[in-house]
Design a protein around this ligand. Structure first.
Ligand code: ADP
Ligand code: MG
Length: 243
């Protein structure tokens, strides 16, 4: 049984159909990459799966064989579905540590004191080479693009989702930050976590091996293949796939 199984999924917002029938199976431990021109519906697909209420969804989406669409967003998270945003927002008043402690309690049903949880955070962030100040700061408060992405990856490593959906983890990063973020995702991935990654660049596949690469166009998957497909798109663009 696939971990995530989509059949004829349709997503619309304000009367507009954005995802127009997507079927996709992501197996246990698999990494699937989604590429596609701007506006093809990649972010909408991930948001709708995470349960963003602004979208109305038809068709079927099973997660571990259960109807995902019947679940509220927090229940999806508790079952191990995680979405890292394309542009993580700032929440200056709340520290990453306190937000993550609550998310951890919701995910694993394990309420810890701040001091206890601090030890977990400490270990995880040390493994990623992050300074302590990183999680005592407000969420993404004044953080650079690269730091925001690292913050999302720290969340991944603490919450250990079954399926991590990463929306352009490589967007807006300089070459060194790309390397760090890619390596950090690759490390987490070694635990067998399944991933659905939206990216424009084959580069990220240097640190993360993809089982399948899909191309989206106008709300549909128009091509699927292996990593060679991603390489070819990076070299030649999308026009040859769309013909
Ligand atoms: P991508 O991530 O592939 O660049 P998006 O999923 O962000 O594309 O957007 C796909 C299309 O859906 C765009 O035309 C966008 O304007 C539209 N769209 C996304 N969200 C909404 C919404 N809430 N209301 C209306 N249109 C939306
Ligand atoms: Mg997007």
């Amino acid at each position: 049984m696939a971990l995530l199984s989509l059949k004829s999924l349709q997503v619309s917002a304000s009367e507009k159909e954005i995802i127009r029938g997507i079927s996709l199976d992501v197996g246990e431990g698999e990494v699937h990459v989604i590429m596609g021109q701007n506006g093809s519906g990649k972010s909408t697909l991930l948001s709708a799966l995470a349960g963003n209420p602004k979208y109305s969804v038809k068709g079927s989406a099973l997660f571990e064989g259960k109807d995902l669409l019947a679940l509220k967003p927090h229940e999806r998270a508790r079952r191990g579905l995680f979405l890292a945003f394309q542009s993580p927002i700032e929440v200056p008043g709340i520290s990453l540590a306190s937000m993550l402690r609550r998310a951890y309690a919701a995910r694993f049903g394990d309420e810890m004191s701040a001091a206890e949880f601090d030890k977990i955070l400490q270990a995880k962030s040390e493994a990623m080479g992050l300074a302590r100040s990183f999680f005592s700061r407000g969420i993404n408060d004044g953080m650079s693009g690269g730091e925001r992405k690292m913050s999302e990856i720290l969340q991944l490593s603490v919450l250990e989702p079954r399926l991590a959906m990463l929306d352009e983890p490589d967007s807006g990063l300089d070459v060194d930050a790309l390397e760090r973020v890619g390596a950090a995702i690759g490390k987490i991935r070694k635990n067998g976590m399944s991933m659905l990654i939206v990216t424009h660049y084959a580069r990220v596949l240097r640190s993360i091996k993809a089982d399948r690469v899909h191309v989206m166009h106008m709300g549909k998957i128009v091509a699927s293949g292996d990593e060679k497909l991603a390489q070819k798109i990076e070299e030649k663009g999308y026009s040859w796939v769309l013909q």
